[in-house]
Structures are given as structure tokens and as C-alpha cells.
Design a protein around this ligand. Structure first.
Ligand code: HPA
Length: 276
């Protein structure tokens, strides 16, 4: 199986979604990462299962039902992708960046990417909410490798400001604790202490296994990108205990009221601006 993006699958997915919701005109999108699902509990709208959209892959691979919620925040249409596919799942780039392609195809110009991460910088302990200021790609690959598809932007996209300054300011005003640089590794292993030392020296503030592919593609397509990371543990070596996915989820659950509040405030500010 090729890992390269499959433009035919992407186009069919967009056609399928447009036929499910022909009238939808989302302004913004949200991709929910590990532990973030509860942050949108109570948001009302229409749902569709990822199974109705070709390209997301086999149901069950994600460990939870993948679904897309079409909702409205203060009159602004927002598409919320609940369940993301990761590079480490080994099914190539198409399912990983599909939410971005779909948002763009439906006309959305802004996306907020959320994730869980391990804290590297001293002030980013468990429970911190970090607005991503920039990223370091240590995935060992890039979703835009392969034949150039002009629908995904230029051959050599500029990445001087992937995470747009005005959106970062909105996240801080919405209650995020700090800004920082997110480094993405392929996973699925957590890092070694030696790797974390190296990443710290490189300028990374938090580490995770997602978000960077979606940010690369959204930026290449000309979308406004924001990133919000829930730091769920101290990174390996800084942490005195072995890392587990369960502990990550537990910290996310304990931080949920703040995650929900930052997310909601951010979307409301965006909606308010759209009305001006
Ligand atoms: N490393 C990588 N991914 C993560 C971590 C981590 O420490 N915590 C949550 N996701």
C-alpha cells in the first residue's frame, strides 16, 4: 500500500460529504485529539459517521467511533471532527489529513487542531493548555511528499507562520496558559529520556504524535491554522514514572472544564468577528 496521498479518495470523500449536507457552509473546523471528545459534549447539531465518508478507513481502527458533528456557535457553522487518524496507524497520509481536505472543500477557512502532549518546558506541567506557536516535524516524513497536487497548494509551501498570530492571541485571551513549540514524533512509542533531552535542545516545549501533518496541509491550502495542546504528563525522563495512555486520558479528564472553556471562548470570539 502506498502511503502517498490519494487525490481520488480525497475527491470522493468531499463529494460524499457534500451530498450528505448539501447546504452546509462551515466557516471553521475543529479536530479533536486524544482526551478532547468531552470538550464538545452538549454541542447540538447533526452528526455523520466516518463510515459514511470514504477514505477514513476501517471503523474500529481508531479505538472509538469516528464521527463528524456539524454545529453552530453563535450563528457560525463549525464542523467538529471527533476522532483523528495518526501516521503511526500505518494507513498512509490520506486518512490523517482528510478532515483538512474536507473542511477546505466545504469552504471553511479556519481550523483549530487539538491534541494531548508531554511537557518539556519547565512551566508546562500536566494540566497546562499550550497554544502552539510553531512546530518541529520529527515524523520522518511529510504528507506533501509525492506527486504535486495543485489542489493542496504550491509545490513548496512557505511555513513562516503556520500558526497564525491573531489566532494564537485569541487562544491566550480565551484562557490558554502559554505559547510553545510542539514537536511531533511518529510514535507509537513514547520517547526515551535521551530523545527528550535532544528535543529540548532543539527548542521544543511539548511533544506529541499528531497535529503537524494537518497543520502542514491546512497551511499549504491557505487556511488559518491554530493549535491547542493539553499537556497531560511530563515528558519521558522529566517524568519519574513510566508513561501510559491511561494517565494521559486521566489528566485530560481532570483538565476538561478548562479545555471546554478555552475551546468555547475561542469559537465564540471567531464567530463574533465573522459577524462584524
Ligand atoms: N509523548 C508523546 N505523545 C504524547 C505524550 C508524550 O509524552 N503525552 C501525550 N501524548
Amino acid at each position: 500500500m502506498s502511503t502517498l496521498l490519494n487525490p481520488t479518495t480525497l475527491a470522493s470523500a468531499a463529494t460524499a460529504l457534500k451530498s450528505i449536507w448539501p447546504e452546509a457552509k462551515p466557516k471553521a473546523g475543529l479536530v479533536l485529539g486524544s482526551g478532547w471528545a468531552e470538550a464538545v459534549s452538549g454541542f447540538q447539531g447533526q452528526e455523520c459517521s466516518y463510515e459514511q465518508i470514504p477514505g477514513f478507513g476501517k471503523p474500529g481502527v481508531m479505538g472509538h467511533a469516528g464521527k463528524l458533528l456539524a454545529t453552530e456557535i453563535d450563528g457560525m457553522e463549525v464542523f467538529i471532527f471527533q476522532g483523528r487518524r495518526h501516521w503511526y496507524e500505518g494507513e498512509g497520509w490520506t486518512p490523517v489529513i482528510l478532515p483538512i481536505y474536507l473542511l477546505n472543500a466545504m469552504g471553511a477557512d479556519t481550523v483549530l487542531l487539538t491534541n494531548a502532549s508531554g511537557g518539556i518546558r519547565d512551566d508546562l506541567g500536566p494540566g497546562s493548555l499550550m497554544a502552539i506557536s510553531d512546530h518541529i516535524n520529527m515524523l520522518g516524513s511529510n504528507p506533501l511528499i509525492g506527486p504535486h497536487h495543485p489542489t493542496l497548494g504550491t509545490r513548496f509551501p512557505d511555513q513562516s507562520e503556520v500558526y497564525r498570530k491573531p489566532l494564537r492571541e485569541k487562544l491566550l485571551n480565551a484562557g490558554a496558559d502559554a505559547e510553545g513549540v510542539y514537536i511531533a514524533t511518529s510514535g507509537p512509542t513514547f520517547e526515551t529520556p535521551a530523545e527528550i533531552n535532544q528535543y529540548k535542545a532543539m527548542g521544543a516545549d511539548a511533544v506529541g504524535m499528531s497535529t503537524v501533518p494537518e497543520a502542514i496541509v491546512a497551511n499549504a491550502m491557505g487556511m488559518q491554522v491554530a493549535g491547542l495542546s493539553c499537556v497531560c504528563n511530563w515528558a519521558a525522563g522529566i517524568s519519574k514514572v513510566p508513561l501510559t495512555h491511561e494517565d494521559v486520558n486521566e489528566t485530560a479528564a481532570a483538565t476538561m472544564p478548562r479545555m471546554k472553556s478555552v475551546l468555547t471562548n475561542f469559537l465564540k470570539t471567531l464567530a463574533g468577528e465573522g459577524r462584524q
